[in-house]
Design a protein. Structure first.
Length: 281
């Protein structure tokens, strides 16, 4: 989609998500919600499926006000035992297309000095995205639908303020296509994690959460051997620079509430619904 289409359709899809996620959202028919969005049913179905990754009907089935609690009750992952029971082996992220390595603590302490970071704009199932990477792999994915592109760009740049940033979408396109499900090959997408040692531990734990499952901040703290660091874990989850591929959207509060999301709760809702639908196929 072109930029004008992005600026038009995502606000519309965001309104539709909020509407379908409301108290009476499950009772709305396709004709009802399409009329509210001033589109024909066929056009709305096509646009919604393009942006959210699933149809409005499937969205209604898998995303409602109690969806997070249902996931926590039925698809909760205890990270300490995930490997033992084979759950991490079912993770699409681990087994199909993600490999990763981390920047050394010393290099991280230099705030990206001497690092060249390439970036580009891409479409995703969750709205417009900014993708960044080095020669070693993707190091940043930001979703700009809620924050705006300028704020998303400033956010990522501020993480590595002394790096050199070069716009080069063609260099990143194969990795971005793989990340967003548009790749026609099984080529693995490398990730280059740039963070403090504690953050890296948390992000590594996130990578063990299988697609379609969720966990809590407390479980992540337990899995990294620091059960009292729940608040610090929440901060590290929020600072994850490679959204979607390092699945911070799968971390929920113990109460079953979604909690926050760095790029906006509508994006987190869409991600959880998208994955629930995929794993139900």
């Amino acid at each position: 989609m072109s930029d004008p289409e992005q600026s038009y359709y995502w606000p519309l899809i965001r309104r539709a998500i909020d509407r379908l996620d409301g108290d009476d959202g499950r009772t709305l028919t396709l004709d009802d919600i399409a009329a509210e969005m001033n589109l024909s049913p066929a056009h709305f179905q096509r646009v919604f499926s393009r942006w959210v990754g699933i149809s409005p009907k499937r969205f209604q089935q898998y995303l409602r006000l109690g969806h997070a609690r249902t996931l926590l009750r039925e698809r909760f992952t205890t990270l300490a035992t995930a490997d033992a029971v084979g759950l991490s082996g079912n993770s699409r992220l681990h087994d199909l297309f993600v490999t990763w390595e981390a920047m050394s603590p010393g290099s991280y302490a230099r705030h990206g000095d001497g690092l060249c970071v390439f970036w580009g704009r891409f479409d995703s199932p969750f709205g417009p995205a900014l993708v960044m990477g080095t020669d070693k792999g993707l190091c940043g994915i930001a979703f700009a639908a809620e924050t705006g592109e300028a704020a998303a760009m400033d956010d990522l740049i501020a993480r590595w303020p002394d790096a050199t940033f070069v716009e080069d979408p063609d260099r990143l396109r194969p990795w971005a296509n793989s990340a967003f499900g548009a790749s026609q090959t099984n080529e693995k997408t490398p990730l280059f994690l740039i963070g403090a040692p504690f953050q890296l531990k948390v992000w590594e734990a996130l990578l063990t959460i299988p697609t379609g499952h969720v966990t809590t901040y407390g479980e992540i703290a337990n899995s990294i051997g620091n059960p009292k660091a729940v608040r610090a874990v929440g901060t590290a989850v929020g600072r994850n620079p490679i959204s979607w591929l390092i699945p911070c959207h799968r971390a929920l509060r113990k109460s079953g509430e979604l909690g926050g999301y760095h790029w906006g709760l509508p994006v987190k809702r869409a991600m959880l619904a998208h994955e629930s639908a995929l794993t139900a196929l």
